[in-house]
Design a protein around this ligand. Structure first.
Ligand code: UDP
Length: 361
């Protein structure tokens, strides 16, 4: 049996790493990896393949830096050829990027089965390119691997029970990754020492969502709030290339600490040792919870509503007063992190079992 995996952006490398590892353990199943090139430089791509031991891609499409339409169109053209050549049993896609959409759409049109990991998530904000991608990909998939009960409920509300699509609650592959790789780096806190943060209190921040980087009002307000918070506690921001661009273009010079994007191992170290997380990332919100850290989400909504409902996460948007106010309240909250909102860390095994079971139909 052959799986053709389509990945292209940083969060997909993290998710695919654990499923690829699981595929390697099994006999009678092989994986062909296509890297679309959406994220392509050393710090956003290569380091993840190296550290996480992801097999070298069989195809690298090198498609990046284009408009959504041009990027997706070029990916479709190349993926059609590859799928026709490789004839996989399943095309496996992750998350909600243009690579996810192109992989699923190309496969569906060629009548090749599609499996979507991280299915059923909704922000209910159709202005987000990710929301459009998710909805379309879910609808044309054959198997949907849902990380949470909320994801399953969303699909049911949209009538997915009537579409003949298999829906599986697999748990979250990002938990598999966090558990497995955190063990690998146990006792090796080299990065914190290197950047002078060993034993220090700091907030870990990430910003990269288009809704924040495309609006100078939102972006400036968030930066102002982080500047203010950095008067009380160090704020560390590993900067996404998109965010760096908007800072440079607008001459914004924050007073908190900015470093280049870090590798996954370094990120795990930063997550494990920070006092709290502030982010607009989907993945980082969950990772904060995995490492028992409170999170302030710099967006107006989240797909990971269970984190908010259970008091681990506060939605603060981009408003200065809301962000700083919520930061000051963090110490008053003491949520119990004993729950298992994202499964038990065996999502990858569940996914591969299901792919094997459903390959013949
Ligand atoms: N990440 C990383 N280095 C960084 C920032 C993020 O390794 O400098 C990891 C993070 O821990 C998570 C993944 O990248 O596993 C999330 O990717 P991102 O925030 O880019 O995307 P999103 O989850 O919002 O789709």
């Amino acid at each position: 049996m052959k799986i053709l995996t389509v990945i292209g952006a940083r969060p997909q490398f993290v998710k695919a790493a654990v499923v690829s590892r699981e595929i390697k353990k099994r006999s009678g199943i092989s994986e062909v990896i296509v890297h679309t090139g959406q994220h392509f430089d050393a710090s956003m791509s290569d380091i993840f393949f190296e550290e996480m031991d992801i097999p070298r891609p069989d195809y690298n499409l090198n498609i990046h830096g284009l408009s959504h339409g041009a990027m997706t169109g070029q990916m479709l053209e190349k993926l059609d050829e590859i799928i026709l050549t490789e004839k996989p049993d399943f095309v496996l896609v992750y998350g909600d990027t243009n690579s996810t959409l192109a992989g699923a759409l190309s496969a569906a049109k060629l009548h090749c089965k599609v499996a979507h990991v991280e299915a059923g998530l909704r922000s209910f904000n159709m202005k987000m390119p990710e929301e459009i991608n998710r909805i379309l990909v879910d609808r044309i998939s054959n198997i949907l691997f849902c990380p949470t009960d909320t994801a399953i409920k969303n699909l049911k509300n949209e009538g997915f029970d009537n579409f003949g699509i298999k829906i599986v609650k697999s748990g979250d592959v990002m938990l598999d990754a966090a558990l497995y790789y955190a063990k690998k780096i146990e006792g090796k806190a080299a990065f914190l020492k290197k950047i002078g943060l060993d034993g220090k209190k700091y907030i870990l921040a990430t910003i990269h969502r288009a809704e924040n980087t495309n609006s100078i009002e939102r972006f400036s307000s968030i930066i102002k709030a982080l500047n203010e918070i950095s008067k009380f506690e160090k704020v560390l921001l590993p900067i996404h290339p998109r965010t760096k661009k908007i800072m440079e273009a607008n001459g914004i010079k924050p007073s908190f600490d900015i470093i280049e994007p870090v590798g996954y191992f370094e990120m795990l170290e930063l997550l494990q040792n920070c006092s709290a997380v502030m982010t607009d990332s989907g993945g980082v919100q969950k990772e904060a919870y995995f490492f028992k850290k409170q999170c302030l989400t710099l967006r107006d909504e989240t797909e990971w509503v269970e984190l908010v409902e259970n008091g681990f996460n506060t939605i603060v948007g981009s408003d200065f007063d809301k962000i700083v106010g919520a930061y000051k309240q963090l110490s008053e909250k003491n949520p119990d992190f004993g729950s298992m909102l994202y499964g038990s860390g065996n999502a990858a095994a569940e996914i591969v079992d299901n792919l094997i079971e459903n390959s013949g139909e």
